[in-house]
Ligand binder design. Structure first.
Ligand code: DC
Length: 241
């Protein structure tokens, strides 16, 4: 009996971990509204996997640019998709995107990629392949994924869905500063025009357009700091975990 008891001994911390059920968290929203920051911070706090689905569309776009893929040629697109492997690795607390083994975190954030990514993301052939990979990432739950169709298409059964929004001036400013921090000086007006254009294409495309899922909770973070938005969403997760 004594032996049996020690065999089944669990520390209070372990018991706590067992108690916590893992959920799926879907975060959607317009371009540069801070959803990736929120998703990354949330995943870190909850010790969940974080997947930036936008990075996957950007990586495909980068491959298409590098290999001069004709966006009107289904056969070319199909064979290009067969040659693309996207991975994420965490290094020094940063979530980094790799395309066929090459680190492309900076390249996928370039203005050239931003200018073309919505067009690529509107191609159903591309979406089919990426959505399948995204669903596989979430098979075991314990995941936070951000994008445009996560709550509607990728994880329609996610326990928690957040739709993040912020006004266009705030979003443009954030994106402008992000680019500047990366050493890329792009005029503010060009940044803003790109966001408006991408929002329009992303929301009006035929295949899985950006829209708020019926059961999503809206979070307007125009006047919230990253810390405040994280606190607000952590409170919500308490209802499920
Ligand atoms: O989140 P982001 O701005 O890095 O995304 C880049 C583009 O990818 C965006 O313009 C729309 C597209 N996208 C999409 O169509 N579906 C997703 N789940 C994520 C991104």
């Amino acid at each position: 009996m004594q032996k049996l008891q020690s065999f089944f001994y669990f520390s209070p911390l372990m018991l706590n971990l067992f108690k916590k059920r893992k959920i799926t968290i879907a975060i959607d929203g317009h371009s540069s509204c801070g959803k990736s920051t929120l998703a990354r911070d949330l995943a870190k706090k909850l010790r969940y996997i974080y997947v930036d689905s936008g990075a996957m569309y950007r990586a495909v776009t980068l491959y298409f640019i590098w290999n001069e893929i004709d966006l009107t040629n289904e056969i070319e697109i199909g064979s290009a998709l067969n040659n693309i492997k996207i991975q994420f690795k965490t290094k020094r607390r940063k979530n980094l995107c790799y395309l066929n083994g090459e680190l492309v975190e900076d390249d996928i954030r370039s203005q050239e990629v931003s200018d073309m990514v919505s067009e690529v993301a509107a191609i159903s052939q591309v979406r089919r392949v990426l959505v399948e990979q995204q669903k596989a990432f979430g098979e075991k739950k314990g995941i936070v994924m951000d994008g445009r169709d996560i709550g509607t298409v990728v994880f329609p059964n996610a326990e928690l869905k957040i739709f993040v929004t912020a006004n266009i001036e705030v979003r443009s400013h954030r994106r402008y500063l992000e680019l500047k921090t990366r050493g890329k000086e792009v005029p503010f007006d060009r940044v803003k025009a790109n966001l408006i254009k991408r929002d329009t294409i992303d929301s009006t495309r035929d295949d899985s357009p950006l829209r708020q899922a019926d059961d999503a909770i809206v979070l307007d973070n125009s006047e919230l700091s990253t810390k405040q938005q994280l606190q607000a969403v952590l409170k919500l997760t308490k209802m499920y975990i």
